[in-house]
Structures are given as structure tokens and as C-alpha cells.
Ligand binder design. Structure first.
Ligand code: PEP
Ligand code: MG
Length: 755
């Protein structure tokens, strides 16, 4: 038997009937019973069932046409259990011609479903939460068409209203974590932008509730959509004119990405199709977003998940415009801690910076746009604070320690007192560092140490001024590639690097060539699944396999550095021959520029990043070929200990202050000094005071770190004696200890080091 797909006009008719049932008489349960009959008939299915989510993460069969009636209110599945549970757990549709042979199929004999082969189910979603599952089944092995899944999703949107109305199950049951208590709590998240903040919670509720789902007149809805898109574009353009965005380059580019999304024809077409199937414009926008979320959310790739947040942000804006109610800036003049599941950068920019003290997100990653913006705005931000939304109400007092990633909800008096003290100390320290801005960075015994910045956004370069660092020791050129999500051409790169150099003035900037790899590759090259992306096709390996990419970057760097000294650094070099190959490509670009009569840099310094242990045993061959060495301990340590730097389970297992690490670093410094090749270190450990002290002890005279570390590291350096430290460390070199942290802290205490 063949099943003709449900057409748009059929879908519209079904929606109208659904609406009539819901507007008519009878209890919610009666309505639901009539609805499943209607859907089964219109979708030519033998079975239509609705499962509703109840407290305790349970899905209960609430209505059915075709399964055994006495199973209603008896059959229950856990979220995640069986096919229905899987649809709820992942908030994504499933369509299977032979459901019974699927490994997740959970057989429930009381329902009589053994008679049915095919199954199509969709989540019932409202305000981003799965409230239930709508399922149809057929006896034959029916191949459901994409249009049929679409129709069922549309129907599920209407059903969501019935479930959310609170008659079928109490509204409280539908809330996540409904058993939460109003006790003080500490939540552990991930620091995304450092600092401390105290204030009252403001629940950022980007999702707006859609009141009318079914439309009478698709043409009128299409025209409403078109007006709202135009109004939204106008508002985004206006936002870009704002003065603080004009100076900070990156937010502007992010808003441009938004505009690009807003102008995306595919996105617009999908919304228009949903309108033609019978939805109001706002319901259509929401439906397309639900579909996109279901399709993209399971992707592990952080980049794609961030784009999803951008799309969420855009959806909310568009719906607000459809209601003629453009996003209003939240309250001003208060100490606000914004709490959100996730947030798009433009949403954050809607807040008045002076009122904000911190932001806490349930989701969020360090590479997210919103975290980048928080950094630029010097706004403390904690991400991955799981459960925060269900534990906090607007107005609750909150303390955020974004240096450590702790969030204190409704803190007790003692925590409050302690935190206030920390904030005061923090403020005083910042002032002390600012006062020390122009003091020399020299140890007590007169050894000068060069302190430099790690940077990755044009906005970071302004910290050369505030910190008085000597230069940019590491400019990660991949960050803008990731933010933009596209491959910037040579002109765009030239422009970007020129802006960085102009802002740096006469201070040197070391540009590292692209360090993309593993999951970061996706936007440029399409998905490349790798078991070990950190050890996979990344950095110089990609660049040498795609020489045009590297040559384009060289071309831009040469143009931007015309008339000044240029420094360029190759990441993840494992063999001398890789360095030589990259250098050859650079020489070819230099020759090309010279042939064309372009102004060249006055000198070109080419350095190598030492991140792969094998290179340590090639230094005698390598050093004669390089102008400088930069040690990347983030990678070097993960490879030394075979310990994934991104795996939270391994965090703290091996210590950067392990004797083995310090011995390798001492060996590298020794070899570089002997060959008179400048060496610096730019891993995260350089920015932590105790670690930086050890690095001076093993012989480093140049370090590169995040701007916030310059003050504390400088204070430490001015308080120690390099010779005493070196002697102490050389005694400990052979120690069998797991770490020298304890001993080094003792040394620091005994010698009055300012840590
Ligand atoms: C490093 O590996 O230490 C480094 C600075 O590079 P990244 O953190 O960008 O991998
Ligand atoms: Mg690295």
C-alpha cells in the first residue's frame, strides 16, 4: 500500500481542525483523544499516540488511537528508554520503516504494538523543553516522507500548547527540576571570562511564548514575515553603529555574521514553507528553529553548536519583531547577574554594560562568541553551570567567581562576607598592578625578563597599552577564522593584520600561522572525523597539505608588515623538514612580492613552536635554521604525559611543575642559549605566578601570557632572585616527586616571593 504524502493544503486543513478541537468543548483529555483520532485518519496511520512527560523524567502514554486503550495512563517509559524515550532525550524526530528491528525498540506487550512495523515520532517541544512525544505507526513497513515528518512536527507544535496549558498534568510537573529548594547552593562551572561579580539574578528569557499557531491567511503571514525581517535587519544595522562596537572590531564582525544569517535564503525559505503549511509567521520561525536545533544539537563540534546559539538569538529577535515588540534592553541601574541557558552575542550587547556584574550560562564554551565579547567588555562570565536555571529566580542574590568558575546562589552571610573581602582585595590588587605599570620587569638580582601578551583578536592588542607589555609574543591567527566561520581572503587578512600592527605601534607582534585542526576544521574544509584530533591533521600539517592556504597567509603578513620587522611562527613542527618546507613557501612569497615591486618587511624573523617532544632531540639540527623558539607547553605537556589537555577527567592528574617537565624545559633553554637563539614560552603556565617563577628558575628570560597575568607575574618577578632560584631548582632536578609545586611554594614563602 502506498501512502501519498500529506500536502500543504492537507496540512492546513488538519491544523484548522486541530485548532477547532482545542477551541471547542470538553476536557483536555477528551480533546487529546479526539486529536489522536484525527491525526491517525489524516496521516493514514493505524496508530497515533501521545506520550506526555511527567515528573521523574517519565513519558506516560496519555492518548492513543490504534494501541490498546487500557494501556493509556499505564504505559510509562523513562526519557531515553525505547524509541519514544530516545526521541524525547534527543529532541529529534525518528522515522523507521522497520521499528521493531531497531536496537532501541522497547517492547511493551500491554500496548499491542507488536502488530505495527513502521514508526514515525516527533518531540512535542515548547520553550526549548520537550513536553512529550507524538507518534504514528503503521502495520506495513512504511517509508515516511520528509514532508510527513514536517507535518507531524507542525502538529506537535499545536499539541505543545495543549500540554503546556496545565490541564493534562500540573504545570509544576512540566518544569525541569521541579523539586528544587531555596537553599544556598554553590554551582561549579567553567570560567569563560575572568573576574568577580556580585549582584541579583536576572533571568534572561530569550524565548517568547507564541500565542497563535494556526493561521487563516498564509499570504498575510508571509507579508508579516517580510516586514519583520526588514525591521530586524534595520535594528541589527543600527546596533552596529553603536560607538563601543565601532572601536572593538570583533563584535561588529559577529553582528555582520548575524546579518548574513538574516539574509540567508535557505533559512527564509524554510520559514516560508512552514507558513504555507498553515502556521503563523512566529510559529513557523519557531518550528524552523526547533528543526535546526534537533538536527544540529547532537553534533559534537563546538563551532556548530555556537552557530546554533547565534540562530537561537536571531529567532528570538525575529519573533519579537513579529509581535511588533522589538527586544527591549533589560533593566539598568542595578547590579545584575544575567542567568541564561545560552546567549547570543547580540543579546549580551543589548544589556547596559554598566549595570552588569557577571553572566552565568548553563551552556557556553570558551570559543563561543558570547565569551569573546565578555572578554572584550571585561565582564566576568561562567559557563557550563549545569542546573543554574532551575535553581535561580530573578532577584536571588548571586556571587560569581569567574576566576575559579564558582557561582554562589543565595549565599549565606559567611560566604558573602568572604566574597566581599575577596572583591576588595581583588580591586586593591588591580590598582597595585596598574600603579606598577611602568616599573622595570627585573628580578632582585638584576635579571631582566621580557613579558609579552598572547592575543587572538584585534581588540586584545589594546592591552599592550594597559599592561605595558613588551609586545605580542603569540598572535593566534586562527581565532578570527573560527569567529567568522569562513575563510578570510588575502585582502581581509591583510586588513586584519594591519589593524593589529597599527594598534601595536612600534612593539613587536609574533604572528603564528594557522593552528586549525580536528573539530576546528569543519567550517573551512568540511567535517573530518578523527579519533585523536589533537594529534591529527592540524596546524602545520594542514598548512603543508594545503600550501595555498599558507601562502595566502604569508602574502597577507608580508603586505601588512611592509616597511617593518616581521615575525612569524610555525605551530606543531615535529621535524626539521617541516620547518624547512614552510620556510620555503615563505621564501617563495617573498620572491613573488619582490618581483612585483612590493615594499617588503625590513627583516623577517622565522620561529618555531616547540610543542612536539620529538623536536627536543632535533634541536642541534633545527636551531641553526631558526631565528627564535617559542615553547608551547599546553601541547608539549599533553604529549609528554600522553594526557589530553581538553579532557576534564585528566585535569590535575599531571602537573606542569613535574620534575620531568622542568627538566625538558631546562634542556630546551640550555640548547637555545648555547646556540644563541632567543627562546620564549607562551603556554598557559607562563601566566601563573608559581609556574612563572619556576620558568625563570630553569632559565627563561621571556614569557608570553594573557593580559590579566602581566600584573601578578611582574610583581612576582620583582620579588625574587633568579640565581637563588636556579640553584634551588638544579638540586631538585632528579626528584622522583609527582610535582615540585609544594617545594617551590615553600621556597617562595621562605624568600618572600610575591605570589
Ligand atoms: C601551546 O600549545 O602551548 C600554545 C600556546 O598553543 P595553543 O594553546 O594555541 O595550542
Ligand atoms: Mg599549541
Amino acid at each position: 500500500m502506498t501512502h501519498p504524502p500529506v500536502s500543504w493544503s492537507g496540512s492546513r486543513r488538519m491544523l484548522r481542525r486541530l485548532r477547532d478541537i482545542m477551541a471547542g468543548s470538553g476536557s483536555a483529555q477528551d480533546q487529546l483523544d479526539r486529536i489522536v483520532t484525527l491525526i491517525a485518519r489524516d496521516m493514514v496511520a493505524e496508530v497515533c499516540s501521545v506520550y506526555v512527560r511527567r515528573a521523574g523524567e517519565v513519558l506516560e502514554l496519555f492518548a492513543t488511537q490504534g494501541l490498546r486503550r487500557d494501556a493509556v495512563h499505564h504505559t510509562r517509559l523513562q526519557v531515553g528508554e525505547g524509541l519514544v524515550g530516545d526521541i524525547a532525550a534527543h529532541a529529534r524526530p525518528l522515522a523507521l520503516a522497520d521499528a521493531r528491528s531497531h536496537p532501541l525498540f522497547a517492547f511493551r506487550p500491554e500496548t499491542g504494538e507488536q502488530d505495527f512495523s513502521s514508526l514515525m515520532g516527533v518531540p512535542i517541544i515548547r520553550s526549548g523543553r520537550v513536553l512529550g512525544v507524538l507518534v504514528v505507526q503503521n502495520r506495513t513497513q512504511r517509508q515516511y516522507a520528509d514532508e510527513e515528518i514536517e507535518t507531524l512536527q507542525t502538529v506537535a507544535m499545536v499539541l505543545a500548547e495543549l500540554v503546556a496549558a496545565g490541564e493534562l498534568v500540573e504545570r509544576a510537573e512540566l518544569r525541569p527540576d521541579s523539586d528544587h529548594v531555596l537553599l544556598p547552593q554553590r554551582l561549579d562551572g567553567t570560567p569563560l571570562s575572568p573576574g568577580l561579580g556580585a549582584g541579583t539574578a536576572f533571568l534572561h528569557r530569550p524565548r517568547v511564548t507564541i500565542e497563535t499557531i494556526v493561521a487563516e491567511d498564509p499570504a498575510a503571514e508571509l507579508s508579516r514575515l517580510s516586514d519583520a525581517v526588514a525591521a530586524m535587519q534595520g535594528q541589527l544595522e543600527q546596533l552596529m553603529q553603536r560607538s563601543e562596537l565601532a572601536v572593538a572590531g570583533e563584535p561588529r564582525e559577529i553582528l555582520e555574521t548575524y546579518l548574513m544569517f538574516a539574509q540567508d535564503r535557505g533559512w527564509r525559505q524554510r520559514i516560508e514553507e512552514a507558513i504555507r503549511s498553515g502556521l503563523t509567521a512566529e510559529a513557523a520561525v519557531q518550528k524552523v528553529q526547533n528543526d535546526t536545533r534537533a538536527r544540529m544539537a547532537p553534533m559534537a563540534d563546538a563551532f556548530m553548536r555556537e552557530r546554533l546559539l547565534d540562530l537561537d538569538d536571531l529567532t528570538t529577535r525575529l519573533i519579537q519583531h513579529l509581535y511588533g515588540d522589538p527586544p527591549t534592553p533589560p533593566p539598568v541601574g542595578k547590579d545584575i547577574i544575567v542567568i541564561a541557558r545560552a546567549m547570543g552575542p547580540a543579546e549580551l550587547l543589548n544589556y547596559d554594560r554598566d549595570s552588569l556584574r557577571a553572566v552565568v550560562l548553563e551552556e557556553g564554551a570558551a570559543t563561543s562568541h558570547v565569551a569573546i565579547i565578555a572578554g572584550i567588555l571585561a565582564l566576568p562570565m561562567v559557563g557550563r553551570a549545569t542546573g543554574i536555571l532551575s535553581r535561580v529566580e530573578t532577584g536571588d542574590p548571586i556571587l560569581v567567581d569567574a576566576d575559579s568558575g564558582f557561582v554562589y546562589v543565595r549565599p549565606g552571610e559567611d560566604v558573602h562576607a568572604h566574597f566581599t573581602h575577596s572583591m576588595r582585595r581583588h580591586g586593591k590588587l588591580q590598582q597595585r598592578y596598574a600603579d606598577a605599570r611602568d616599573l622595570p620587569v627585573t628580578t632582585r638580582d638584576g635579571v631582566a625578563i621580557s613579558l609579552n601578551l598572547n592575543a587572538g583578536m584585534p581588540g586584545d592588542v589594546q592591552h599592550l597599552q594597559t599592561t605595558n607589555a613588551d609586545g605580542i609574543g603569540l598572535y593566534r591567527t586562527e581565532v578570527p577564522f573560527m569567529v567568522r566561520g569562513s575563510h578570510p581572503d588575502v585582502a581581509t587578512q591583510t586588513n586584519l593584520y594591519s589593524r593589529v600592527l597599527a594598534e601595536a605601534g612600534d612593539k613587536p607582534v609574533v604572528f603564528r600561522t594557522l593552528d586549525i585542526g580536528g573539530d576546528k576544521l569543519l567550517p573551512l574544509f568540511g567535517e573530518v572525523a578523527e579519533d585523536n584530533p589533537a594529534m591529527g591533521w592540524r596546524a602545520i600539517r594542514v598548512a603543508l597539505d594545503r600550501p595555498a592556504l599558507l601562502r595566502g597567509q604569508f602574502r597577507a603578513l608580508l603586505a601588512a608588515n611592509a616597511g617593518r620587522e616581521m615575525s612569524v611562527l610555525f605551530p606543531m613542527i615535529a621535524e626539521v623538514s617541516e620547518f624547512a618546507a614552510a620556510r620555503r613557501l615563505l621564501d617563495m612569497e617573498v620572491a613573488r612580492a619582490a618581483d612585483r615591486g612590493a615594499t617588503l618587511p625590513t627583516a623577517i624573523c622565522v620561529g618555531v613552536m616547540l610543542e612536539v617532544p620529538a623536536l627536543v632531540w632535533q634541536l642541534s639540527a633545527l636551531l641553526p635554521q631558526v631565528d627564535f623558539v617559542t615553547v608551547g607547553t599546553n601541547d608539549l605537556i599533553q604529549f609528554l604525559f600522553a594526557s589530553d589537555r581538553a579532557n576534564p577527567r585528566l585535569e590535575g592528574r599531571y602537573d606542569p611543575l613535574a620534575p620531568a617537565v622542568l627538566a625538558v624545559l631546562a634542556q630546551i633553554v640550555g640548547a637555545c642559549d648555547a646556540a644563541r637563539v632567543p627562546v620564549t614560552l607562551c603556554g598557559e603556565m607562563a601566566g601563573r605566578t608559581l609556574e612563572a617563577m619556576a620558568l625563570v628558575g630553569v632559565g627563561f628570560r621571556s614569557l608570553s601570557m594573557v593580559p590579566a597575568s602581566i600584573g601578578p607575574v611582574k610583581a612576582m618577578i620583582r620579588s625574587i632572585s633568579a640565581t637563588g632560584l636556579a640553584d634551588y631548582l638544579s638540586e631538585l632536578k632528579e626528584s622522583p616527586a609527582h610535582s615540585l609545586r609544594h617545594q617551590l611554594r615553600g621556597f617562595a614563602l621562605d624568600h618572600g616571593a610575591d605570589l
